[in-house]
Design a protein around this ligand. Structure first.
Ligand code: NAP
Length: 292
């Protein structure tokens, strides 16, 4: 099949490229070649490639920046998916679109979780624009898969783990705080890319949750990562109130992959198992990349 990946330089975009190019023809583009907010560009690129599937990994993912750059966030996270959905309908393509646990209000108490049928209630502008993107996809094509995922980390691009590792390596002995009262499921972008391929191969359609099994706090996530890497650290737990940020985050955004499981299509494993494998594959490279 002919696959077009947008946001191809991001964490998930890179892993989708690696996974899909094993069996398909892949064109992977990022904003410099295809800005998804530009409908003419979307139509021109899609018209030329005529993809069987568009996988939209492009997004404005800096949650706090979305609070001040509201229009830009709306454009990328909501208007962009609308442009892609219209083009997918026009070209008879399947649109795979990625969304987030941050569409939920997080008011459940762990181990409470959100399924595909729970009503969203985003707390931040990021969450609202991502929910807008979901609706734009649903309203403009019937041939779509929307995957909501969570706490994504990969080898390429920026993420929470790399930020923590940089601090631990470059300011040894300096204690720093990490929030321990927000809970979710860290998810490896490579595993998610395999899950997307599996879902596509098995003709899934509609909204799916796709995050790792199990859950933890940001503090537990960082602690597990640093200890498995064998890095000395001085991290201490703190509350959300003690670490104020511009955007509100859900306290508990654990996703249950209910539809994947009921359709026998769930490939997602436990977050610790995937993090162990990520460290085995990339640990040494991460340390040399993050050491200044
Ligand atoms: N990261 C997470 O923790 C997380 C959690 C849940 C869901 N998600 C969702 O998962 C998906 C993939 O996330 P990710 O972490 O792989 O994101 P990422 O690493 O930030 O990659 C997003 C890519 O999209 C590009 N982009 C930005 N604006 C664009 C535009 N107008 N047109 C085309 N490309 C554009 C970015 O380029 P620049 O870098 O140059 O801006 C970047 O290369 C997103 O939909 C995100 O909302 C992420």
């Amino acid at each position: 099949m002919n696959i077009l990946i947008t946001g191809g330089n991001g964490q998930l975009g890179k892993d989708c490229e690696h996974v899909f190019k094993q069996h398909h023809t892949v064109t992977s583009v990022d904003v410099e070649d295809l800005d998804i907010t530009n409908p003419d560009q979307v139509n021109a690129v899609a018209g030329k490639i005529r993809p069987d599937i568009i996988i939209n990994c492009a997004a404005f993912t800096q949650v706090d920046l979305c609070e001040t750059q509201k229009e830009a966030a709306e454009n990328v996270n909501a208007n962009g998916p609308q442009n892609l959905a219209k083009s997918a309908r026009e070209n008879d393509s399947l649109l795979v679109h990625i969304s987030t646990d941050y569409v939920f209000d997080g008011k459940k108490k762990p181990p409470g979780f959100y399924t595909e049928t729970n009503i969203p209630g985003p707390l931040s502008h990021y969450g609202r624009t991502k929910l807008g993107g979901e609706r734009a996809v649903m309203n403009n094509t019937s041939n779509y898969i929307i995957l909501r995922t969570a706490w994504l980390y990969g080898f390429y691009g920026h993420n929470f783990l790399k930020a923590i590792l940089k601090k631990a390596l470059n300011q040894p002995g300096t204690p720093f705080k990490i929030v321990s009262d927000q809970f979710g499921s860290p998810t490896w972008s490579f595993r998610l890319a395999l899950q997307i391929e599996h879902l596509v191969n098995n003709k899934g359609r509609g909204v799916y949750h796709a995050s790792s099994e199990g859950y933890c706090s940001w503090f537990e996530f960082a602690k597990y990562f640093l200890e498995r890497l064998g890095i000395d650290h001085h991290i201490t737990p703190c509350t959300t109130d003690e670490y104020p940020l511009p955007a509100a985050r859900p306290k508990c955004s654990i996703l249950e992959n209910k539809r994947l499981k009921s359709e026998g299509l769930n490939l997602m494993g436990h977050w610790q198992t995937d993090l162990d494998e990520y460290i085995r594959q990339y640990g040494k490279q991460l340390i040399s990349e993050c050491r200044i």
